[in-house]
Design a protein around this ligand. Structure first.
Ligand code: HEM
Ligand code: HEM
Length: 308
């Protein structure tokens, strides 16, 4: 088989890696895109409409629609607890797909607060309502931050939890797939191998893990520039030996750069995984008390508005 023909096919080492990455991308794309845009438009549109109505007297938190919207918002926020319950309680293990529960948790975590903001008619009069509203905004905002951290340590949005070992193997797989179509030995393989073993080594302390996460991009750029130069030079040698056209050389260089990019992305994800895992556990520790604070303040608010 000619070198050009071989380059068009994914190598044997690449096939499972590509399948893995494609699976993750499919999941991420499926979760994003149109649905999120429609949802965001509806939420912002709903809030914008309510804002224009705030002086008309249409929404009054004490009576009619304004009051019922308050109840609806509180009910939606109560319903979102089903997701952590589904995760924890044995008796609920058979209740549908956890990914769907999680999706609904997030949807309700935004719709509920939206309804409560409309219920408030953008006014803060009493201390009890103000405290409940602030607690609600913090919990919902913290949920969005948590969702970002969650995405960094899971394959795709609702996928398996990532494990450092598997990710390391994936990065090494991408390195081995590099230059698979180039002839001869590759001195830059050693450079990459040394780089990755330092970048992906276990870190003893959170401080050192943070330090590495902060510097990884700069280190990757330096290493990438160096290795790209070496790979380009190797391709030129192959081009001379095989009489490749300029277009073929450019195509081959672009292909190797693409693989190099995927490889470094894989190293970066592995190198920062520990930091995101720790941040996510800290987030969990904070999120639950904030949630309890919301429940208490909401109860106080509901009791207070009916007593006084
Ligand atoms: C997390 C849930 C809730 C939050 C954050 C919330 C927040 C607010 C806010 C900001 C106001 C505006 C006026 C003020 O500052 O007093 C308000 C008023 C009011 N809310 Fe809520 N609310 C919630 C749930 C509910 C529920 C479930 C009910 C009814 C069962 C309710 C009944 C009322 C009433 C009656 C008022 C009018 C109080 C007055 O003007 O004296 N709220 N609420
Ligand atoms: C008022 C709104 C919200 C409330 C009351 C709430 C409450 C909770 C609770 C009680 C948990 C379980 C914590 C645990 O397992 O230790 C949780 C987990 C979570 N929430 Fe929310 N949440 C809200 C909004 C959101 C939003 C808007 C998002 C994202 C867009 C979100 C994302 C998450 C994530 C990523 C987790 C962790 C999931 C996991 O570890 O499996 N939440 N939330």
């Amino acid at each position: 088989m000619s070198l050009e023909l071989r380059s068009a096919q994914p190598s044997r080492a690449e096939a499972p890696l590509r399948a893995n990455t494609a699976r993750a991308n499919r999941r991420t794309k499926g979760d994003g895109g149109v649905a999120i845009t429609v949802f965001t438009t509806l939420v912002t549109g709903g809030l914008a409409w309510a804002w224009t109505q705030r002086e008309t007297g249409l929404i009054d938190p004490k009576t009619g629609w304004g009051y019922y919207i308050g109840i609806a918002g509180a009910v939606l926020m109560l319903a979102l607890i089903l997701y952590p319950m589904r995760k924890r309680m044995r008796s609920m293990r058979t209740w549908g797909n956890p990914a769907n529960w999680f999706r609904w948790h997030m949807v309700l975590g935004i719709l509920g607060p939206m309804l409560i903001i409309i219920h408030s008619n953008f006014r803060l009069a009493s201390t009890n309502a103000t405290v409940a509203l602030v607690a609600m905004l913090i919990v919902s905002g913290s949920g969005i931050a948590g969702r970002y951290l969650y995405g960094r340590i899971h394959r795709g949005l609702y996928g398996q939890k990532l494990e450092a070992r598997g990710m390391r193997e994936e990065a090494i797989g991408w390195r081995q797939a590099l230059g698979g179509d180039l002839g001869g030995s590759h001195p830059w393989m050693d450079i990459l191998s040394q780089f990755e073993s330092r970048a992906m080594a276990d870190m003893d302390t959170l401080f050192s893990a943070f330090g590495r996460a902060l510097t990884i991009n700069g280190r990757i750029s330096t290493c990438r520039r160096k290795v790209t130069r070496l790979i380009d030079a190797e391709i030129l040698i192959d081009a001379h030996a095989n009489g490749w056209s300029k277009a073929t050389v450019r195509k081959r260089q672009a292909e190797e750069r693409k693989k190099l990019k995927t490889y470094f992305a894989s190293v970066r994800n592995t190198a920062t995984l520990g930091v995101y895992e720790r941040l996510f556990s800290l987030w969990h520790v904070l999120h639950v008390p904030l949630f309890i604070l919301l429940v208490i303040t909401a109860i106080i608010h509901v009791v207070a508005v009916h007593l006084y």
